[in-house]
Write a protein that binds this ligand. Structure first.
Ligand code: APR
Length: 234
C-alpha cells in the first residue's frame, strides 16, 4: 500500500462497536429501542422535544463508560505519523477518535459533546444533560440548546471540505459503515469517478461493497491496525 500521499478515511458506527456502542442498523432495525425516524428528525424534535433530548442525554452519558479501541488508536497513530495529507471523516457522533488522539478529523454528522443553539446558531461544547436546563454560552438564551447532531433531512457538516479532500486524494478507505446513508454512502462513487483507489474494511459486505476496488471483511479492531501498519511500513 505504498505510493500514496493523500488519504481520505470515512468511518461509521462499526469502528466504535467493539468499544461497546451499538451500531444503528442492528438486526432488529432499532437504534437503542427506538425507530430512527422517531428520534433523528427535526420533526421528532419539534413534536417530542423531551424524548429526543433525553435520548441524546443518555447517549452522551454512555460515552463516559466506553474507551477507544484498537481501531481508533491505529487511525490516531496514522494521523500522527502520516506525512501526506489525511482527513478522517466520521459519521459517528461519539468522541472516540479524538480521545484516541486523532486531530485531522471531521464530524460530518455532528457531535454528542457539542450543542447547537436554536437562537443564535452557535455550536458550543456541551457535556451535561439538556433535560436539566441549558443556557447558551454564546448568546445566553435559556433552553434553546439542542443536540449538535445532523438529523435526517439536515445538511451534514463540512461537505465542501470533504469534496475538496476527495478531489485531491489518491486513496479512499471506508471503515465500519453500512453505506446506507447519503451523502457519505456516495463518497466511494465520487472516489471512483476521480479514479483513485478505494478500500473497504467492514464486518460484512455493505450496500456499497460493489463500488470498492477491494473489501476486507473482519473486525475493525483487527483489520485497521493491520492496514495502518502496512501504510506506515512497520
Ligand atoms: N468492525 C467493523 N465493522 C463492523 C463492526 C466491527 N466490529 N461491527 C459492525 N460493523 C459494521 C456492520 O456490519 C455495518 O455494516 O458496521 C456497519 C455499521 O452500519 P450502521 O449501523 O448502518 O452505521 P453507519 O453506517 O455508521 O450509519 C450511518 O446512519 O442513522 C444514521 O447518522 C447515523 O451516522 C449514522 C448513519
Amino acid at each position: 500500500m505504498s505510493g500514496f500521499n493523500n488519504i481520505v478515511i470515512l468511518t461509521g458506527a462499526g469502528i466504535s462497536a467493539e468499544s461497546g456502542l451499538n451500531t444503528f442498523r442492528a438486526s432488529d432495525g432499532l437504534w437503542e429501542n427506538h425507530r430512527v425516524e422517531d428520534i433523528c428528525t427535526p420533526e421528532a424534535l419539534a413534536a417530542n422535544r423531551e424524548l429526543v433530548l433525553d435520548f441524546y442525554d443518555q447517549r452522551r452519558a454512555a460515552l463516559r463508560t466506553v474507551e477507544p479501541n484498537a481501531g481508533h488508536l491505529a487511525l490516531a497513530r496514522l494521523d500522527r505519523e502520516w506525512r501526506g495529507e489525511l482527513l478522517i471523516v466520521t459519521q459517528n457522533v461519539d468522541d472516540l477518535h479524538e480521545r484516541a488522539g486523532a486531530t485531522r478529523l471531521l464530524h460530518m454528522h455532528g457531535e454528542l459533546m457539542s450543542a447547537l443553539c436554536e437562537e443564535c446558531g452557535g455550536r458550543v461544547p456541551f457535556g451535561g444533560a439538556m433535560l436539566d436546563g441549558t443556557v447558551c454560552g454564546q448568546c445566553g438564551a435559556e433552553d434553546r440548546l439542542r443536540p449538535d447532531v445532523v438529523f435526517f433531512g439536515e445538511m451534514p457538516y463540512g461537505m465542501e471540505r470533504i469534496e475538496a479532500a476527495l478531489a485531491e486524494a489518491d486513496l479512499f478507505v471506508s471503515i465500519g459503515t453500512s453505506g446506507a446513508v447519503y451523502p457519505a454512502a456516495g463518497f466511494v462513487q465520487m472516489a471512483r469517478h476521480a479514479e483513485i483507489e478505494t478500500l473497504e474494511l467492514n464486518l460484512e459486505r455493505s450496500a456499497g461493497s460493489g463500488w470498492f476496488d477491494e473489501t476486507r471483511l473482519g473486525k475493525a479492531s483487527q483489520l485497521v491496525p493491520l492496514w495502518v501498519e502496512r501504510m506506515l511500513d512497520i
